[in-house]
Design a binder for this molecule. Structure first.
Ligand code: MTE
Ligand code: MO
Length: 425
């Protein structure tokens, strides 16, 4: 969306207004409140405390951490969702982030048997089954393969799963925070399989993790040979333990469950193994009692991350609406934003890289004068697929499902600037 003249004008006014602290009016309450909670001695015309003393020297912070004033920007979990902490999930604080890359320490975690703390010296990746030879690779062996860098989103198929029967959790961290997007460095799985040599009847791969859940999933060979990676790094540094250190499978665009962490075994076979995670779990029970299975691809989806319940509107006037969109089928071609619950749509502006099976960041600018808004976003991918409304999705899938809820999210902005999770009929 191109900003119109009135929005441009009003931004000038807003920025001018901001110089006179507190002049921002109603919404300014939140902003001014924060400023007032601080120490007035640090404000102009005084010399602030951080100018009057020397700071930490180099070496004090051998591994850097965010500012202590950003302590609220953390992964969070919902205690009642799961029976144990080891088989549970923490959510990415999407409302506190911008751009497309998720910082490593903020990537949501989903584990079924807790975080395995693997000594890389004692870790091996075994490749066997319908291969010419079996391989047992050390981390050093993996480093000798050619490697690539790819930015991809990972979304748990259960993301937004709590919302099937109606609006439930108040915050995009909880409704949409089972997604992250990082740059992986890894070996194309194809090269490892070629090194082992595939038998003519090879059709499926079983991937197994070394954690206490020994997570296993069957992966079609065609996908394995297409764009899967055996990754050791995220955003440049070694994978975090939470994300599968020292090695995980990257399965671009497909449900997060298949991205086996702490990867220790790849078995080549001629049919799927029908393991728990692809029979009991990660299937979608339809209204007629049948279940969809092997629903690998994550369909196009988007969410407005700000404003959102945890990121209310701070001031009247010029307002930047922002969010993330992604598609497991390829690239995001367009994102539309609605201010009135889907009656009218305008095209948002995508800023930053538009990459295959990666998140894009979008912005839509408007002028807000305290009226009620019903904010929505919808993603359209390069196959022409349009993100559906929740009602349209329910018409086909019913409400028994947990997984693959990519319906359009609605946030209601109240005159106070507060935002809540709602649905429009
Ligand atoms: N070994 C192993 N791999 C695993 C899991 C697990 O519990 N153990 N959880 C899976 C699920 S359900 C998801 S959604 C993703 C989550 O990846 P993340 O923790 O890096 O966000 O890892 C997948 N890989
Ligand atoms: Mo998952």
């Amino acid at each position: 969306m191109n900003e119109d003249a009135s929005a441009r004008l009003s931004r000038r006014r807003l920025l001018t207004g901001a110089v006179g602290l507190g002049a921002a009016g109603l919404g300014g309450a939140a902003m001014a409140g924060r400023a007032l909670a601080g120490n007035a001695d640090n404000l102009p015309p005084h010399v602030p405390e951080w100018t009057r003393t020397l700071g930490d020297g180099v070496g004090v912070r051998a591994y850097g951490q965010p500012s202590k004033f950003e302590k609220h920007v953390v992964r969070r979990d919902v205690q009642w969702l799961t029976a144990s902490r080891e088989s549970s999930v923490s959510f990415t604080p999407l409302h506190e982030l911008d751009g497309i890359i998720t910082p490593n320490g903020l990537c949501f975690e989903r584990h079924h048997g807790g975080i395995a703390e693997i000594d890389p010296q004692d870790h091996r990746l075994i490749v066997h089954g319908l291969t010419d030879k079996a391989l047992m690779l050390t981390l050093a062996d993996l480093k000798r393969f050619p490697r690539v860098n790819r930015i991809h989103f990972l979304e748990c198929a259960a993301n937004s799963g709590m919302e099937w029967r109606g609006a439930q959790l108040n915050g995009c961290q909880y409704t949409h925070g089972m997604v992250h997007c990082v740059q992986y460095t890894g070996v194309p799985l194809k090269l490892i399989l070629e090194e082992a040599g595939l038998k003519p009847n090879a059709k499926w791969i079983l991937a197994e993790g070394a954690d206490a859940s020994a997570m296993t999933r069957s992966l079609p060979l065609a996908k394995a040979l297409d764009d899967c990676l055996v990754a050791t790094r995220m955003n440049g540094e070694m994978l975090r333990p939470e994300q599968g250190y020292p090695v995980r499978l990257v399965v671009p665009g497909w449900e997060g469950n298949m991205w086996v962490k702490w990867l220790r075994r790849l078995e080549v076979g001629d049919q799927p193994w029908q393991v728990r995670e692809e029979t009991s779990k990660y299937t979608d029970l339809l209204p007629d009692g049948r279940a969809r299975r092997f629903t690998f691809v994550m369909d196009a989806k988007s969410v407005i991350t700000s404003p959102s319940p945890q990121a209310p509107v701070a001031a009247k006037g010029f307002l930047v609406i922002s969010g993330l969109a992604w598609s497991g089928r390829g690239t995001v071609r367009r994102v539309d934003v609605s201010l009135d619950g889907g009656r009218n749509w305008r095209e948002a502006k995508i800023d930053g890289p538009v990459l295959d099976k990666a998140c894009v960041r979008f912005y839509a600018e408007t002028e807000w004068n305290g009226e009620e808004l019903l904010l929505q976003s919808r993603a359209i991918d390069d196959t022409g697929y349009v993100q559906p409304t929740k009602d349209d999705l329910r018409k086909i899938r019913g409400t028994n499902s947990i997984y693959h809820n990519n319906g359009i999210q609605t946030w209601r902005v109240a005159p106070s600037g507060e935002v809540e999770n709602v649905e429009v009929g």
